[in-house]
Design a protein around this ligand. Structure first.
Ligand code: ZN
Length: 133
């Protein structure tokens, strides 16, 4: 299975290394803010709410997260990144996420968001949307 984040890699060699739904014994963390962003998109695509909550900063994380089963996330475009490298502690990623309705494949939409990320210990975490277009 190809990774939902459209890296062109197999899921197991890409975001599957991080997701709860592809649980491995020695869990690793995404090394960059962009890698975390990609893995969170894959978590949306695969319905992995546990991973989304676990990679959300505690200051901004909702108590619970209900994913809409009708929303099928099928394409992620990374439009830009600032910082967020393996040796940095803050990062910003701008992306466009595309989704369609499971009930009606013709109903498609997308949104563009600039998100901030921070590193706590060795783990990148999603903080918040800075701009939503
Ligand atoms: Zn991926």
């Amino acid at each position: 299975m190809r990774c939902p984040c459209h890296s062109g890699e197999l899921l197991l060699n890409c975001c599957g290394r991080y997701l709860d739904s592809a649980n491995t014994v020695a869990r690793t963390f995404p090394p960059t803010a962009e890698a975390l962003m990609r893995s969170r998109f894959s978590a949306f695509a695969l319905g992995d709410a546990g991973y989304l909550l676990r990679t959300w900063h505690s200051d901004t994380r909702p108590e619970t997260l209900e994913l809409d089963p009708d929303q099928k996330w099928y394409l992620l475009e990374i439009l830009g990144t600032e910082r967020g490298g393996p040796f940095e502690r803050e990062g910003v990623v701008t992306f466009r996420a595309h989704y369609r309705s499971a009930a009606n494949r013709k109903l498609r939409d997308s949104f563009t968001e600039t998100s901030s990320f921070t590193k706590v210990g060795s783990q990148w975490l999603y903080v918040q949307a800075l701009e939503l277009q």
